[in-house]
Unconditional design. Structure first.
Length: 210
């Protein structure tokens, strides 16, 4: 028998994800499988599957489900990728990535958020996620290059270190700007970096020691 959260999750996938044009079957399946309510504070769980970002403490948020699905779909993950996530946050986006990719390396500057996410993801039996507490604008050089990079908070411009840590033909999805933000797709080609603005968004600023 389905529990209430499962029913809400199915409705979220139908009305917020598929209805808005996300078509990658694997992304849809992951969004239908990962228990989003476990990644939000207990007092917010009744809102977990709503069409909005939610506060998770430390001045940070869990992104709106559609944005999580959209950003993930743009990366076109097929299961063999090494992915870098900048901004572990709640760990929800991390779980979606880990369902779809071979390895996820996730960096979070706020230690309390990282520890909480690690606890939840461990409880859910993910074994392909590697955690680092630190400044994500520098990426995670030891394990570079990455087939895909996803950034879940907005810097003023695309950090050079992240561009440098992409494989050839690797993709990065990143919100850029302060007052006005755009979701930007960055593709590393052999000789150059290609950038394309995708849609206006609103993310919390990317915290950096710089």
């Amino acid at each position: 028998m389905k529990d209430d959260f499962e029913t809400q999750r199915e409705r979220m996938v139908e009305t917020q994800i598929k209805a808005r044009g996300v078509a990658d079957g694997k992304v849809i399946e992951a969004m239908g499988k990962v228990p989003r309510h476990l990644f939000v504070p207990e007092n917010m769980r009744s809102y977990a599957y709503g069409d909005e970002p939610l506060p998770i403490g430390e001045g940070q948020t869990i992104s709106q489900p559609y944005i999580v699905a959209y950003m993930t779909e743009v990366l076109e993950l097929r299961g063999e990728e090494r992915v870098l996530e900048v901004g572990t946050g709640s760990g929800y986006q991390t779980a979606i990535l880990a369902t779809l990719a071979k390895e996820v390396y996730t960096v979070e500057i706020v230690s309390a958020l990282s520890f909480r996410a690690q606890e939840i993801l461990k409880r859910l039996d993910y074994s392909n996620i590697f955690f680092k507490i630190g400044d994500g604008t520098s990426g995670w050089k030891e394990y570079a290059p990455y087939d895909a990079i996803i950034v879940t908070a907005a810097p003023a411009s695309v950090p050079q270190a992240l561009e440098d840590q992409l494989t050839v033909n690797g993709k990065m999805i990143i919100p850029v700007g302060y007052e006005f933000q755009e979701l930007v797709l960055v593709i590393r080609e052999k000789e150059k970096i290609q950038k394309r603005n995708l849609l206006p968004v609103r993310f919390v600023p990317l915290i950096s020691v710089h």
